[in-house]
Design a protein around this ligand. Sequence first.
Ligand code: FAD
Length: 372
Amino acid sequence: MDDVVIIGGGVIGLATAWRSLGRGLRVTVADPEPAAKASYVAAGMLTPVSELSYGEEALLHLGRASRDRYPAFVAELEEVSGHDTGFRDDGTLQVALDSDDLALLGELRRYQESLGIPAETLTGRECRRMEPMLAPSVRGGLLAPADGSIDPRRLTSALLTAVERLGGTLVRERVAEVLTEDGRAAGVRLDGGDVLRAHQVVLAAGPWSQDVKGVPDGALPPVRPVKGQVVRLRSTTPFLGRCVRGLVRGSSVYLVPRADGEVVVGATQEEMGFDTTVTAGGVWELLRDARELLPGITELEFAEVRAGLRPGTPDNAPVLGASALPGLLLATGHFRGGVLLAPVTGDVMAEVLATGAMPEVARPFSPGRFQE
Ligand code: FAD
């Protein structure tokens, strides 16, 4: 019998598994297609400051705590797995195209400063000095020096290797239901009928977490799928030096460069249920806005377009820790920031699984907040 069965092998389930194995727990991850859903589509920005939204200070705190853990997290992961994760900490430049966009960036800067985060304001010329491919029409920008990026595909394949190297088990099968015994979660039954018994069960199945059978309604997380389309381009010469997030006449677009020449352009945000169709309109909007900021993108090779499903919650923040069903823990609802939040989530969940104690940093994100 295992100590822990984790339902879902996306970046959240895998980070939880790896950190829990490091605490000496016996862990199995069940997933028919690990690392193939949102965690495969994600751009990989690690940008808690650049993505700050009003009223999300607790989430900012969690995001900065996770980003601060990233250098040590990837150093250890790269050593254990032997994989490069594509981690970069070269900052994120936010730019504005017209004067309304610039005014919005000014508001963001004041909000950041009110929270004690120093922001560096740049003129259009200074932005172009940093990123020569930017259009002459870019009016100005803000630099978040500590916001970086990682390649989520490399990250999850490193996590998969690390989990196996530390003795974790990966079962490539869907969980049909959570099993209970004496009012506690006691394991899971797989689609094929096999049972995996465990002292604790972690539900980390992204937006599918709301559907898992055998869990009383009050214990399921309030997650929903939020569709996002992203385009991947490829450059043979260095195109950008860092992440660029842009406001283009009120709409947002971002570009994330990788050392291997990939440039990820994202992302739409659509309430379409579990639909993952890529649409002409979605791709057109992304490329239209990206081209306004960086006209040279039209020369890049078009490599891929994909849609993924972010696990959204009513307050845009994750759901972490003990559920209303004893023995069942939740680790989902990371919405736009699951890659950013993987290190802190892995550490928090491993601590709860090993000791039963919820670390201070994660207390605002307990499932109980939706039951009040
Ligand atoms: P997923 O990666 O969706 O994994 C859930 C897993 O559960 C899947 O592998 C699935 O097969 C499995 N599963 C489902 N049902 C079952 C079952 N019954 N039994 C067993 N397994 C099951 N985040 C960032 O931090 N930075 C970004 O730049 C960023 N960009 C994004 C861009 C887009 C377009 C999208 C869609 C997301 C982006 N995100 C980003 C968000 C990030 O991708 C998610 O928050 C994160 O991937 C969630 O990870 P997860 O492991 O919870 O979910």
